[in-house]
Design a protein around this ligand. Structure first.
Ligand code: ATR
Length: 269
């Protein structure tokens, strides 16, 4: 990329931001980022760009060639974008996925703020990670995206369970302190159970074992709204003390992306 960095001074037109994904029509990102920008009196335009895989790279490069300040990448392109970038951060490398693009020293960089945004939300809710036993349900990109950030907070253990056991084993093997457990396993119970499959978007809940829950268990679904409901409702029925959807994570990852673009820490209410 051959493009000068822009700064937050001498702004002559709105800063150009965009989300690339498929679909993107119902994204909350424009509203979230407009809210952040208002906190600093910044003038931004946040575009939703619904793009198929085969033209993603060209569209992203065109956006930055035309004065794009920063961009987010969402499903299903978080992995596919990587070869189109000049460099990625260590945490994006660990997650194997990118959700935030920015220009640094004339180079197009990819970062991943999902995991850190998740941890930010857990902390803001007073949920402890250090020393806790954690179960992650699901072994796809969403799970991989949060594990490195969770590990930096020193949990006691992270167990991964998945419909396809081989994928849980493969994911667990990529990280220290992670192990795969069979979906039918009975016990132990966990302090924090994180739902990271895509099944909630079909109105369904994954298989849950009642032994996983105790009176201290917190249930967290990385999805939000209706997609989070089947898991959170079932978790409550099985005895979870508290349950949270992923809206806070959405705000957390957005605030960290905003900070990368503008070097300003937005308040999340
Ligand atoms: P990604 O594309 O993010 O890597 P994915 O293939 O969409 O991930 O799958 C995300 C997760 O949802 C996986 O853990 C997947 O389980 P499998 O590995 O067994 O496919 C899980 N998932 C999707 N549909 C599911 C279903 N109907 N029941 C249980 N788990 C499901």
């Amino acid at each position: 990329m051959n493009k000068p960095d822009t700064s937050t001074t001498n702004q002559t037109r709105p800063y150009q931001l965009a989300l690339f994904g498929h679909p993107v029509a119902h994204s909350q990102s424009p509203k979230i980022h407009q809210g952040f920008a208002a906190q600093f009196d910044l003038n931004i335009e946040y575009h939703l760009i619904d793009v198929e895989k085969d033209i993603l790279w060209a569209q992203v490069h065109q956006f930055f060639a035309q004065d794009g300040k920063g961009a987010n990448i969402t499903v299903p392109h978080k992995q596919h974008i990587i070869p189109a970038l000049d460099a990625i951060t260590e945490r994006a490398e660990l997650a194997g996925a990118v959700n935030t693009l920015f220009i640094q020293n004339n180079q197009l960089w990819g970062d991943n703020t999902d995991g850190a945004g998740f941890v930010l939300d857990l902390k803001s809710k007073g949920i402890t990670i250090k020393g806790q036993s954690i179960l992650i349900i699901g072994a796809g990109g969403a799970s991989k995206g949060i594990i490195p950030a969770l590990l930096t907070e020193c949990p006691n253990s992270i167990h991964i369970t998945n419909r396809t056991q081989a994928k849980a084993i493969e994911l667990a093997n990529q990280f220290d302190s992670c192990s795969a457990v069979n979906i039918d396993t009975t016990g132990p119970s966990y302090d924090l159970i994180i739902h990271a499959t895509s099944i909630g978007h079909q109105g369904l809940c994954p298989h849950l074992n009642s032994d996983w829950f105790n009176e201290h268990t917190t249930a967290y679904d990385l999805s939000y709204g209706q997609a989070a409901k089947p898991f959170l409702d079932t978790a409550k029925t099985l005895g979870a003390k508290a349950s949270h959807g992923g809206l806070g994570m959405l705000y957390g990852q957005a605030a960290l992306a905003f900070e990368i673009w503008f070097n300003k820490k937005a308040k999340i209410d």
